[in-house]
Design a protein around this ligand. Structure first.
Ligand SMILES: C[S@@+](CC[C@H](N)C(=O)[O-])C[C@H]1O[C@@H](n2cnc3c(N)ncnc32)[C@H](O)[C@@H]1O
Length: 278
């Protein structure tokens, strides 16, 4: 369905459908090491049924199945993301331990207490967490764990940088048409407590990308050929559409502020947060 789109149709895709179309396999800045840490802290093992909310193309879900032997259900609001995840499942030797379906984080189509662990990776930062965490709690079994890997923004951004930092957030709010708003680690922690979770822990990590981390990320993204294929597709689309070129430039400017500009990037990073349902 998604392979044969015209440039006009690609221009009309929503942000995440567009990213799935290009073939971006995952989106978080902590990469696989942060997923491992989260999985370990949530106690994921072969007995667990994990719900991966906003699973994207299913890269994290597949990794969890391979590395921890659990079963994973992945849901995402983007149909193209789920089409990609479904392909991954069909090609994967452990595909029978994964299932993917479209769904909305705010209204999960599962009975109460269906899962041992609920995870979000770069998803809750796009959500109203009061509403979303209460829905995650509903589908968790008693004693189950909610784990999130999401970006933070420190409250200490100095006055002269606030406008630039606000603009960078605004880029992603507009592109995704979602209430993207970066919380401080303290606000993330409060979100867990307000939703009734106990044993809450939120740890903040700075984003660090050196040559070694860069090479590891290419590997995690499927290797150089996949990466080059994705870059080629990106380049060709930019060449053929001014609208898409402008979109890339806006994303680039937003990412510069959050991840690359020495002056501003120190106020951003990611949290690993978890809490237990009593
Ligand atoms: C930044 S991507 C992260 C994807 C994946 N978790 C990963 O780490 O690669 C955010 C994902 O959240 C999904 N999403 C956004 N709002 C959602 C909602 N209300 N319910 C379910 N998925 C949602 C998007 O479609 C997108 O795939």
């Amino acid at each position: 369905m998604w392979l044969g789109l015209s440039v006009g149709e690609v221009e009309g895709l929503g942000y995440y459908d567009f990213m799935a179309y290009i073939g971006v396999p995952f989106f978080n800045i902590g990469g696989v090491p942060s997923l491992d840490l989260l999985a370990e802290r949530c106690g994921i093992d072969e007995t667990c049924h994990v719900l991966d909310v906003g699973c994207g193309t299913g890269g994290n879900s597949a990794y969890l199945v391979e590395s921890y032997g659990c079963r994973v259900t992945g849901i995402d609001i983007s149909e193209i993301m789920i089409a990609r995840a479904q392909e991954r499942k069909e090609e994967h030797p452990l595909g029978d331990r994964m299932r993917f379906m479209t769904g909305d984080a705010y209204a999960l189509g599962f009975p109460d207490e269906s899962f041992d662990v609920v995870l979000t990776v770069f998803v809750s930062q796009f959500l109203d967490i009061e509403q979303a965490f209460s829905e995650f709690s509903r589908v968790l079994a008693p004693g189950g764990c909610l784990g999130v890997n999401e970006m933070y923004r420190l409250e200490s951004v100095p006055g002269e940088l606030v406008e630039r930092v606000d603009e960078a957030e605004q880029v992603f709010r507009e592109l995704t048409e979602l209430p993207f708003s970066l919380r401080s680690p303290e606000v993330w922690e409060r979100g867990f407590r307000d939703a009734g979770f106990v044993d809450v822990g939120v740890e903040a990590f700075e984003y660090a990308m050196d040559v070694r981390a860069g090479l590891e990320m290419v590997e995690d993204m499927g290797g150089w050929w996949k990466m080059l294929g994705m870059l080629w597709k990106t380049y060709m689309l930019a060449l053929r559409s001014r609208k898409i070129r402008e979109k890339y430039m806006r994303i680039g400017r937003g990412k510069d502020v959050m991840l690359r500009d020495k002056e501003t990037k120190k106020y951003f990073g990611y949290v690993l947060g978890l809490g237990k349902k009593p």
